[in-house]
Design a protein around this ligand. Sequence first.
Ligand SMILES: Cc1cc2nc3c(=O)[nH]c(=O)nc-3n(C[C@H](O)[C@H](O)[C@H](O)COP(=O)(O)OP(=O)(O)OC[C@H]3O[C@@H](n4cnc5c(N)ncnc54)[C@H](O)[C@@H]3O)c2cc1C
Length: 304
Amino acid sequence: MINKLIANTLPYMPKKAVWILSKRYVAGKGIADAISVVKRLNKRGIKASVDLLGEFISNMDEAEKNMHQYIEIISELAKHDVDCNLSLKPTSFGLLIDSAKCYSLIRQVLAYASLKEKFVRIDMEDSQCTSLEIDLYLKLKEEFQENVGLVVQAYLKRTYNDLSDMLLQAHSVTTPLNLRICKGIYIEPAYLAYKDFHQVRHHFLEDLDLMLKNGIYAAIATHDPFLVCESFELIRRYGVPKEKYEFQMLYGVAPSLRNKIADSGHNLRVYVPFGKDWFGYCSRRIKENPKMVNDIVKALFVRG
Ligand SMILES: Cc1cc2nc3c(=O)[nH]c(=O)nc-3n(C[C@H](O)[C@H](O)[C@H](O)COP(=O)(O)OP(=O)(O)OC[C@H]3O[C@@H](n4cnc5c(N)ncnc54)[C@H](O)[C@@H]3O)c2cc1C
């Protein structure tokens, strides 16, 4: 109850107080903060993916600004020689305002990323974006091959068919698909998405099974210990080599599970958000999962 109370009063709390609650989950405001977190993770043998936090955009000037910011981020990552790729959200590049221009802006990011040998993953957003983002990925993949990836969401009823379609469509392309599988974070209607916790888990594993059987590079993004164990089992069953999969987790979430995965020799990547818009991101995450407050309070008192 206390957690819920804290979560609900967030909008009225001073930003400084919310930052104390949030800093465990966000690297900081600038790319320098993100790079120092990435360096710490890399030292521990953990890879990273940085994500520039942003609020919803309302015009293409903001989209263009985001493109330039991503170019700067890539340049900094390359300068520091860190084991880190990038994640981006197409709506920050104007997907729902001008999809052709959005393609061209993301294409520019990818061209620069390829030059600097950086992989870019397209995050999956809410269901109005699903088809648009799959099309965007397949089109970009024709040009950038293994340097670009997408995300699929196990809670969407369409995902298994989407995977089968993508396998068919990508058949002519020489490099395999590269997909992050996650449960899905947006609130979707029941006719589109499974609502039952166990059903989502079941479809997560069904989708992952299809991915691994068909040579899709799988980025397994979850903090759910059951799914991690079942994924280990699928990887073992199909004899999937280390260069064909990785686990992914969010910065600050479930560190003991994270260490367990890393210590057992699997590749692990941590998603590191940063940016001036940290406040909106953290308020939403804490509202979605008031249990985060427990973790945060613990982090205030327990070091290391
Ligand atoms: C690397 C990464 C990338 C993602 N990218 C996308 C994306 O592109 N599109 C999309 O829709 N979703 C994305 N997600 C979110 C994902 O869809 C889930 O909503 C989220 O990971 C929670 O699901 P879970 O599998 O961890 O299981 P859950 O059952 O939700 O959680 C398992 C355990 O982890 C804890 N936990 C989970 N999330 C958090 C959190 N944020 N803070 C504190 N504790 C937490 C829970 O309390 C629980 O104990 C991503 C997740 C990760 C890890």
